[in-house]
Design a protein around this ligand. Structure first.
Ligand code: GLU
Length: 305
């Protein structure tokens, strides 16, 4: 398997020359554009890796599946989806348009920024610090990485420049979607996006979801099977922004990308996969990362469809 991963990384390295490193968060633009890595965790406990699997990057939008799980654990799915929709979108991840022209009281899904900001507002905690500490603790547990933490430079950069997210937050406050202090909710959101991970962390989280909510390493149940099912379904329909349909056709597994270059994929009852390739296409997905997953999916017949 390591040999297969090495050859897939080698074959697809050329794609790191396509696309661009995210620049709208200035600190992200400092990342090396040529990086490409993969980590695979099978449900029977084998782990395989290749390329820049050890390099750290920020989790960005992949954190949205973590906060969705916590919000459902805290409130139940009916409450969460009374506030946030579950439909895919044809507009970009940070778009504001649907908030006004579709249902003004509901962001379209929890994987776009508006939906994720609304989701984080539902996580329990006496203040924003406690909410973030709960997210961090949960992320450390499901990744098996007790050292996971914020990249302070990215966090500051996001906070300084996150005016689009601020606009989404205040718009939702005006229509009653958000309760509470918008700046505090956004602060938690900026912190969750700035968590620093490697491909291994993503693969481990993917393996827990692939295993229906149970950590393969210890057998500990993290979320009910139904919650894992919901999160995987939302990943299929909404996880790759407005390119989720193509990802489903070409790769065929639940996936979630982030503008840090990461993609978390999960193959139900088989494995979790973490991929990292810094350069992004115009939708915000890692160009080379998608190519790597496409080849792996073909070679191992991973599509669930
Ligand atoms: N922190 C990023 C933002 O809010 C996350 C976007 C992403 O990864 O899609 O714009």
């Amino acid at each position: 398997m390591n040999r297969l991963l090495n050859s897939i990384i080698e074959n697809n390295k050329k794609w790191t020359k396509e696309g661009k490193v995210a620049s709208y968060i200035p600190e992200l633009y400092k990342m090396d554009p040529d990086l490409l890595g993969i980590y695979v965790c099978t449900l029977s406990g084998e782990e395989y890796f290749s390329g820049d699997f050890n390099k750290k990057f920020t989790i960005q939008s992949i954190s949205k599946i973590i906060t969705l799980m916590l919000a459902i654990l805290d409130n139940g799915k009916d409450y969460v989806f009374s506030k946030v929709g579950m439909e895919p979108t044809e507009t970009s991840f940070n778009s504001i348009i649907n908030l006004e022209i579709k249902d003004p009281h509901k962001p379209i899904n929890p994987m776009i920024n508006a939906g994720a900001i609304a989701t984080v507002s539902m996580i329990a905690g006496k203040d924003s610090d406690e909410v973030f500490q709960r997210i961090l603790k949960f992320a450390r547990k499901i990744s098996g990485n007790p050292a996971m933490d914020i990249n302070q430079n990215v966090y500051k950069s996001e906070k300084e420049t996150g005016n689009r997210n601020r606009a989404l937050g205040y718009f939702m406050k005006s229509t009653g979607v958000l309760d509470g202090n918008v700046e505090e909710i956004l602060d938690v959101y900026f912190k969750q996006c700035s968590l620093e991970v490697t491909c291994k962390d993503l693969a481990r989280i993917g393996a827990m979801l692939a295993n229906d909510g149970v950590l393969p390493s210890s057998g500990e149940r993290i979320v009910p099977r139904d919650t894992a099912r919901i999160v995987k379904t939302i990943m299929v329909t909404c996880g790759m922004y407005d390119a989720s349909g193509k990802f489903a056709v070409d790769i065929g597994v639940p996936g979630k990308s982030g503008v840090g270059g990461g993609i978390l994929a999960c193959v139900p009852r088989r494995m979790g996969i973490g991929v990292f390739g810094t350069s992004l296409d115009e939708k915000g997905n890692s160009v080379a990362g998608i190519k790597v997953l496409e080849e792996l999916s073909k070679q191992l017949d991973l599509s669930i469809f």
